[in-house]
Design a protein. Structure first.
Length: 51
């Protein structure tokens, strides 16, 4: 699934620099966050959280 640049910008702005799942600030991470970094287990994901 491709995410448009407009949607990426909207999500980043809405998130206020934090993960919208666990609220961990991107500024405290060594890596930038991916818009689609959490995949539900029912869709084949394995991560329980993103920290």
């Amino acid at each position: 699934m491709s995410i448009s640049p407009t949607l990426r910008a909207f999500v980043r702005q809405r998130a206020l620099g934090k993960c919208e799942y666990c609220l961990y600030p991107e500024s405290s991470s060594f890596f930038t966050f991916e818009i689609e970094h959490i995949i539900a287990k029912k869709h084949g994901g394995t991560k329980l959280h993103c920290k």
